[in-house]
Design a protein around this ligand. Structure first.
Ligand SMILES: [Zn+2]
Ligand SMILES: [Zn+2]
Length: 330
């Protein structure tokens, strides 16, 4: 009898939590929609252009060589003419020093001293260097000293460098903004996620001479449909490439606790029983096909092998794998 009461008590408690979360989600979704509607997006004039662009994945879920470390996080090194940009700083789930990011940088002869700018797409643990950073609103390249003096850091929310990375000052950018000629942030596109709450994510756009706009995306919580819509609203130049995370952990995820697919739970603005599914992947593919990009590369850090396969089949020769150590030259 006591066991039955305990069971009913637990059931009632769980139901209350789900009801509370569902109400929060409904209100949060409405607030995010209102925030999106409020943003006045004007065309970015005098954007500028770069002659050359390459993207070297420093952290992602798969690697090109066995000596490079992988994890379900993101860090990409962009070389736009002479400007070196570090986009996101990986996960470092085991709190190591050197972190997988630092290990890979050393293995590929990339020195933090050479960086001109750090761009943080959004404040989730797999892009900030770990859970502690997410909680403390900081970011770190490793759990040991890495000096970053003088480098500007751009983030969509107030963030400071952790005590391991003294020097840089973070600039919060939520609006679309040219960071250097030919390199711009497309501005945040707010979305309310079931477990993570209000999420402000930014993406980079680089205008490559003779090619067009190359989009580099972190986790893709904005939805690719909205990223495309924003990009078309900002620039006259067509979209040439879409590269990065779009968050499709369908039929499996990179962070599992037992049978629970954590990425599927945290990355959706629907409750768990209506979370990310196959039809979302197909809608994204259809939206991307409409703008006819010449290069499409889906990050495996937050998408399943099933989703990667769908993209591979859909885009054929235009599809490029994202692997740590494999440079994508535009
Ligand atoms: Zn991510
Ligand atoms: Zn994320």
């Amino acid at each position: 009898m006591i066991a039955l009461y305990v069971f009913l008590g637990l059931l009632a408690f769980l139901s209350l939590i789900i009801i509370k979360k569902t109400v929060e989600l409904k209100n949060g979704r409405q607030a995010a929609a209102a925030d999106r509607a409020k943003m006045k997006i004007e065309r970015l004039t005098s954007f500028g252009i770069v002659k050359n662009l390459s993207i070297l994945p420093l952290i992602d879920y798969y690697a090109e060589r066995p000596d490079l470390k992988t994890e379900p996080g993101v860090s990409y090194l962009l070389k736009a003419d002479d400007t070196l940009i570090l986009m996101d700083v990986g996960f470092n789930a085991k709190k190591e020093h050197p972190s997988p990011l630092l290990h890979n940088m050393q293995a590929m002869n990339v020195s933090p001293k050479d960086l001109d700018m750090i761009f943080i797409s959004h404040a989730h643990l797999d892009h900030l260097g770990g859970m502690k950073n997410q909680k403390e609103k900081t970011f770190s390249l490793s759990q040991g000293p890495v000096a970053l003096s003088g480098i500007p850091v751009y983030a969509p929310v107030p963030l400071s460098a952790s005590s391991w990375n003294p020097g840089p000052k973070t600039h919060v950018i939520t609006e679309p903004k040219v960071l250097k000629p030919g390199i711009a942030s497309i501005g945040v596109i707010p979305r309310f996620l079931f477990l993570m709450g209000q999420t402000l994510e930014n993406a980079l756009a680089v205008n490559v001479e003779g090619k067009g706009i190359v989009l580099i995306i972190g986790c893709g919580h904005q939805t690719i449909e909205r990223v495309i819509e924003r990009t078309l609203a900002l620039f006259d130049t067509p979209i040439y490439a879409i590269i990065g995370g779009l968050h499709f952990p369908v039929g499996g995820g990179r962070i599992m606790i037992g049978p629970v697919n954590i990425q599927r739970l945290v990355g959706s603005d629907n409750p768990p029983w209506k979370s990310i599914r196959e039809t979302d992947v197909q809608s994204a593919i259809a939206a991307i096909k409409k703008v006819k990009p010449k290069i499409v590369a889906l990050s495996p850090h937050d998408s399943s092998d099933w989703s990667l396969d769908q993209f591979r089949k859909a885009f054929g020769d235009a599809y490029v794998d994202i692997r740590v150590g494999k440079e994508i030259v535009i």
